[in-house]
Write a protein that binds this ligand. Structure first.
Ligand code: B1M
Length: 208
């Protein structure tokens, strides 16, 4: 019989078919859809985030867990009014101008979604202007920028400057293999996260 514990465990193990089956069983049993999300699906993903941060789980496993969780959310979503969906804040995320690396950025996007944020993934090669347009269009709380190249990371500064020039009340966070806290301080970012799980923690702190 499906319960929150077994559903969380299936998310942790990245067993998509099992997540779907257990989520559907809980729906059929009349379980509150929000409890299915919070106590089953997100609870499992929280464990994944913590294990990933500690080096106990690796990228492919995390991607499978995130995909499993999303397939459960898709089943529950139609039963919940948009306004009742957990929303800790809106984040637009993208890889900066000139940079085509998107695996880490997508992982961060998935972890943020799992953590209850509304995420708009702008994609790769995103110019400062596109970040700013996106922030206005989606009334964003946080702009999250990813860069994997020492050459493209410099565009993060340009985006932060444009955000300030436009007077937007939005936090800017940065991450990616060549990024450090020192660099974040140097360019005036509101935060730096070394990995996807930490990015979710950071956004949580910025929204508190
Ligand atoms: Co590229 N590449 N690549 N590459 N590539 C690197 C980054 C490189 C380190 C390889 C090397 O030389 N050893 C090197 C960069 C050197 C440097 O500048 N320091 C490099 C280079 C040079 C290049 C090209 C220039 C190669 C060429 O054409 N001559 C070229 C550039 C293209 C471009 O972007 N304009 C290029 C191209 C490519 C591919 C297209 C072939 C492919 C990308 C495919 C794709 O993403 N769809 C690719 C890949 C796969 C890599 C490596 C092998 C792996 C990157 C990756 O996905 N890692 C990489 C070497 C390496 O890292 N071992 C390399 C896994 C991913 C989960 O980690 O992205 O670090 P990562 O994300 C982590 C954290 O960094 C953090 O969380 C994630 C999960 O924990 N994080 C954030 C990331 N974004 C965050 C944002 C946040 C917070 C945390 O907040 C907003």
């Amino acid at each position: 019989m499906a319960n929150f514990e077994s559903l969380s465990q299936s998310v942790i193990s990245g067993k998509e078919a099992q997540v779907k089956e257990q989520t559907q069983a809980l729906i059929d049993a009349g379980t509150d859809p929000l409890e299915i999300i919070n106590q089953g699906l997100i609870a499992g993903m929280n464990v994944v985030g913590a294990r990933f941060k500690n080096g106990e789980m690796f990228v492919p496993e995390v991607l499978m867990s995130a995909k499993s969780m999303s397939s459960g959310i898709e089943l529950v979503k139609p039963l919940i009014a948009e306004s009742d969906m957990p929303n800790k804040g809106t984040v637009i995320i993208g890889t900066v101008k000139g940079d085509l690396h998107d695996i880490g950025k997508n992982l961060v996007a998935m972890m943020l979604e799992s953590g209850g944020f509304k995420v708009i993934n702008l994609g790769i090669d995103i110019s400062p202007e596109k970040f700013v347009e996106g922030a206005k269009e989606y009334n964003t709380d946080i702009i999250a920028m990813s860069a994997l190249l020492t050459t493209t990371m410099l565009h993060m500064k340009d985006t932060i400057e444009l955000v300030k020039e436009e007077g937007l009340k939005v936090k800017c966070i940065i991450g990616g293999a060549p990024i450090s806290q020192d660099f974040a301080d140097e360019i005036g970012a509101d935060g730096f996260a070394p990995d996807a799980a930490s990015a979710t923690d950071l956004c949580g702190k910025l929204m508190a």
